[in-house]
Design a protein around this ligand. Structure first.
Ligand code: XMP
Length: 537
């Protein structure tokens, strides 16, 4: 059994041309990969420690060296094998990646140049291959201390800023390009054009579309599963729904879906899922009522990681029982693991494990399923597009993400039936009010085609383990507060608190305090990620 074996590595035999992003600092690399995929070229992130031979063995159409926080002169600075610049594969260095390229090929990187952070004017001297079509000036996003002072011999400097004399350089005949600025962020308005120009030089075919992702996934799933029976857990979230729909498309009646009601779901969720799947597919759906079982398991448990481990472990066991009862020959279990989960869990990366997401890495060792993970190579926005392409209803596709351990990670301290009830009722009000204000659901389209920065990615209530004094009517109360958490995000890797209108927040507070006995205070969480996480546990 290989619980973490990739089920779709599209470059491995399915015909997607690949651009590898070498990761010198996780946040940058992911955004670059997402942008490349927006341009319909498959892109995968590899750690900076990947040996040169391994990089080439992937037969990439192009390689992008990401930005990163280090200085190329630091003792432990991550390096790149200089042979990568002579391998006949086009390379784009971004920020730290550009500095590595300059250093390796005989250019000069200033150790203590003036820093540039934020929006910066770029003066384009000659457009060259990379900056073609951008005119004489562009606004770009900078974030660096060191800077390239002199391009390597044979390179042409195509653009500069006040503090970066070689803000862009290139040797197109060698397929080598470098930029000091960040073309991947939305603060560089024409950044996508820069990436597109690089992709054009790689010759990578733009075949990464929802349609072809579905075709490749279906093929992979059929190959992996054969004629075995597959079990899929539905959680109410978009990931499990899209994963199930993909598997259904691949192996149809071999699929049985199970909805485990662990009592940690949101208000009305069980009924919603039953209705959505009943109405929109012919999947066989079984609902298991395990509420008592999970409550007993969580009795007295306060530690967040312990909660996650217990829930994750029990979840699989409930599945095994469901499998024995309803699909006795099920050999496979579908998991809605996403690419950011894989990266964030540190699999194949040096990055530290941040949380043991129960759908990655936290699986019990004695489980007896093989995993089908059709979303393992997809970012969340890609999952949604695949869901739409598969014809799932918009209310399901645009449902906000919900963690596997459910409301348990939004209750600080012990999870009891009574505390769950309080939180569930408050949470339903929070989401209803946001929906009413048009803040939940599909993002509103913007004329410039950019993502709506105000769109709420997730919004929910959290129940902390404290009480506070209040006054209602003429009476002193000593009740529970709830904390409202609402964030904007593109992929959950980073997030900002949503700038929700005061009036909406006021309505939430009033309705929660009036409508949920025991709650006498509402607070709003204004922490971004990092340094916070989206969930409280
Ligand atoms: P954090 O709290 O780490 O969450 O900023 C990032 C995103 O992941 C979701 N999340 C989970 N999803 N199982 C899941 O399937 C989990 O254990 C889990 N923990 C967090 C969270 O809701 C947010 O969207």
């Amino acid at each position: 059994m290989t619980p973490n074996a990739p089920t779709l590595s599209p470059d491995a035999g399915t015909g997607f041309d690949t651009v590898l992003v070498v990761d010198f600092g996780a946040q940058y690399a992911q955004v670059i990969a997402r942008r490349v995929r927006e341009l319909h070229v498959y892109s995968e992130i590899v750690p900076a420690s990947t040996p040169f031979e391994e990089l080439l063995a992937r037969r990439p159409a192009g390689i992008i060296l990401s930005g990163g926080p280090a200085s190329v002169y630091a003792d432990d600075a991550p390096a790149i094998d200089p042979r990568v610049f002579d391998a006949g594969v086009p390379v784009l260095g971004i920020c730290y990646g550009q500095q590595l390229m300059a250093q390796a090929l005989g250019g000069e990187v200033a150790r203590t140049g003036t820093s540039e952070f934020g929006r910066t004017e770029l003066a384009i001297r000659e457009p060259g291959a990379l900056l073609d079509g951008l005119g004489a000036r562009q606004t770009v996003w900078m974030s660096h201390n060191d800077a390239v002072r002199a391009a390597p011999p044979g390179f042409r400097v195509t653009a500069a800023t006040d503090d970066s004399p070689a803000a862009a350089f290139e040797a197109p005949e060698r397929g080598l390009f470098g930029v000091q600025f960040h073309p991947e962020v939305s603060h560089t308005p024409r950044g996508l054009d820069v990436l597109a120009s690089f992709l054009a030089r790689t010759g990578a075919r733009p075949t990464w579309t929802s349609h072809s992702v579905i075709e490749a996934s279906v093929e992979r799933i059929r190959e992996q599963v054969g004629d075995a029976t597959v079990l899929c857990g539905l959680s109410g979230g978009v990931d499990s729904a899209v994963a199930a729909a993909l598997v259904e498309k691949a192996v149809g009646s071999q699929l049985t879906c199970v909805l485990v009601d662990h009592g940690l779901l949101r208000e009305g969720e069980v009924a919603d899922v039953q209705q959505a799947f009943g109405a929109h597919s012919d999947v066989r759906l079984i609902t298991v009522d395990a509420r008592e079982r999970f409550l007993a398991l969580l009795e007295g448990v306060e530690d967040p990681e312990e909660k996650r481990k217990r829930i994750g472990g029990e979840f699989i066991r409930v599945f095994e029982e469901a499998a024995r009862t309803h699909a006795s020959d099920a050999g496979f279990l579908v998991q809605g693991t996403l690419y950011p989960d894989v990266i964030e869990s540190g699999e194949g990366h040096a990055a530290a494990t941040i949380k043991s997401h129960h759908n990655v890495g936290g699986l019990p060792e004695d489980m007896d399923f093989d995993l089908v993970e059709p979303l393992r190579w997809l970012f969340k926005d890609e999952v949604r597009r695949v869901g739409e392409e598969l014809g799932l209803p918009p209310e399901l596709v645009w449902r906000q993400p919900f963690p596997g351990p459910g409301l348990a990670v939004r209750i600080i301290g012990e999870v009891t039936g009574q505390r769950l009830d309080l939180l569930r009722r408050a949470d339903a009000i929070v989401r209803a009010e946001l929906r009413r204000a048009g803040l939940e659901g599909p993002p509103r389209p913007r004329p410039d085609g950019q993502a709506d920065p105000e769109h709420v990615w997730q919004a929910f209530a959290v129940l902390p383990a404290i009480r506070s004094v209040g006054v209602q009517g003429d009476e002193r109360t000593y009740g529970h507060p709830v904390i409202v958490r609402a964030v904007t995000s593109e992929d959950a890797m980073t997030a900002d608190f949503a700038r929700i209108d005061w009036d909406v927040l006021e309505r939430i507070a009033t309705r929660v305090i009036n409508g949920v006995p025991g709650i006498n205070r509402v607070a709003y969480d204004i922490t971004s990620k990092p340094p916070g996480t989206i969930e409280w546990e």
